[in-house]
Design a protein around this ligand. Sequence first.
Ligand SMILES: Cc1ncc(C[n+]2csc(CCOP(=O)(O)OP(=O)(O)O)c2C)c(N)n1
Length: 346
Amino acid sequence: MSGLGETSPETSQKAGRPARNLDAARLVGHLETMWRIRAFEEAAIRGLKDGLVLGAIHPSIGQEAVATGVCLNLDRADLLLSTHRGHGHTLAKGADAGAMMRELFGRDGGTCGGKGGSMHIADFSVGMLGANGVVGANIPIAVGAAHAIRLRGGSEIVACLFGDGAINRGPFLEGLNWAKVFDLPVLFVCEDNTWSATTRTADLTAGAGAAARAESLGIPAETLDGNDALALDEAARAAVAALRAGSGPRLLHVKTYRLTGHTAADAAPYRDPAEVEAWREKDPIARLAAALADAGIPAERLEAARAGAYAEMEAIYDEARAAPWPPVAGAYADVQDVGHPAQRAF
Ligand SMILES: Cc1ncc(C[n+]2csc(CCOP(=O)(O)OP(=O)(O)O)c2C)c(N)n1
């Protein structure tokens, strides 16, 4: 990011587009991370097709602005809870991409020793407490982590991202209620990509949705365009600042769209291709790149962000493919009680 946008805020110059204040240097960083997420997931999909990925891949292609908008506003010590679609959140929180790819390939040196896979990546070294394959199950964990912070007098905050499908499960009410009763520092983010697997979430949701449900509990909530990286960055930054100042929990309802099927193996025949195309036009990476071009960032710099991300992910793909399998002796490590001598007595 060096040499760019130090004179921020810069203003959009192009006629016909509303001028917006933007911190170009900061947002080039967001663009780089969004490209890294996209390139990582495209490499992961290739890994699945090449038979290297053990288990499923749930891509977040099209949703990258949510990951960067929220997670780049967190400190390393802040905590993060994610979903089955969590690569982007985890990368943006600072996890090592090479270790994540090794994890997807089940190799030694993976984030979880190759035993977790795509849906169960955790990296405590960057505050990432875990992706979670059980819809909504990360919400009470986030609230518990925030309560632990409160009990030990810590100053960290917790970000908890979940899909729109999760708001129709009990843990959403339970978690938000507890967080509000104790005014815990949790930023709830409903990453609404319109679909719950193969079902349109609106067909299953009574009332006005995530923000209204949070507000009914006294939790301030805001609904946002999840493909607008600038708007998201501003809103998340303000929410994080409020949380650090002791505001109690807040919720962002962020409307976006996943451009792939539910998993990388899902061709999504249940969707109208016109709907997908309409959202492709709103690609968050292209939108941010256009805004930065308007603000005077040179085209070569924007292209370097893209090319650098693909070069990085190409290299980690090859490195993960060549990585050894985990040692057999490690199979029982970090697995609760299994293999413990006391267990064998039964
Ligand atoms: C408790 C539970 N019920 C059902 C499933 C199966 N399932 C996996 S993902 C998914 C859809 C979740 O939708 P949403 O929360 O909107 O997340 P998205 O996949 O759209 O990102 C479902 C029903 C599950 N993993 N956990």
